[in-house]
Design a protein around this ligand. Structure first.
Ligand SMILES: [Fe+2]
Ligand SMILES: [Fe+2]
Length: 219
């Protein structure tokens, strides 16, 4: 099939799985303490630093200028999110500068993404799929903030972070249209996307079982 047909099919498959993640969803089980905006934003810091780092690793690993600049843009945006979330945590009374979100090491999704060796898999998993998950999770987090009466955090996600994550997904889409040109490339891309979604579902299940966590924002 053509790259356009492939991308449309992958999008449909992803969206079907993402509907299962709704409405109670999360990627990260490691919230410590009560389920509130502050603790969920600490999980967000970990997601943002992992998203920054994986995009930066992939940026130096490719010679394709369009791919390089897409990862560069993403790394910059995720670092911007990290700073903005840190600032918001400061307003909520938590000093993010004294907090190392990687103190427990990288999470399972980061490790999986870091194991991918081809550009088409990286784009399919790390941008097209992970960022589609982020859009769903951020919509849920915004609702959580609205219910908690935290308008500044809801606005930050609604006006800056969620639109950026949506753009990262679109970057993935345009790169896949260029890269997923053969049946073989499409198959590796499909597998990487499916594994990413499966990990998201597994982590969500673990989070709900072990900590009752949902609504954690994504990247
Ligand atoms: Fe982000
Ligand atoms: Fe992102």
């Amino acid at each position: 099939m053509t790259a356009a047909e492939f991308v449309a099919q992958l999008d449909e498959t992803n969206q079907a799985v993402l509907r299962r993640l709704e409405p109670e969803s999360t990627l990260k089980p490691e919230v410590a303490g009560a389920l509130n905006v502050t603790n969920l934003l600490k999980v967000a810091l970990k997601n943002e630093i992992e998203a920054t780092e994986i995009a930066a690793r992939w940026l130096v690993a490719t010679t394709d200028v369009e791919v390089k600049m897409a990862f560069a843009r993403q790394a910059g945006d995720e670092a911007k999110h990290y700073r903005m979330i840190g600032d918001r945590l400061g307003e909520l009374g938590f000093d993010a500068r004294s907090f190392d979100p990687l103190a427990q090491g990288f999470g399972p999704l980061f490790k999986y993404l870091d194991s991918l060796e081809t550009t088409v898999e990286r784009v399919a998993a790390g941008q097209f799929t992970r960022e589609a998950i982020a859009v769903v999770k951020n919509r849920q987090f915004i609702e959580f903030c609205d219910r908690a009466g935290d308008r500044p955090t809801a606005t930050l996600y609604r006006e800056v972070i969620e639109p950026d994550e949506r753009f990262h997904h679109q970057l993935g889409r345009s790169l896949l249209l260029k890269l997923a040109t053969t049946a073989e490339l499409q198959e590796t891309a499909r597998r990487a996307a499916a594994r990413t979604l499966a990990l998201a579902e597994e982590l969500q299940g673990a989070a709900l079982r072990t900590a009752g966590i949902h609504h954690a924002p994504g990247c």
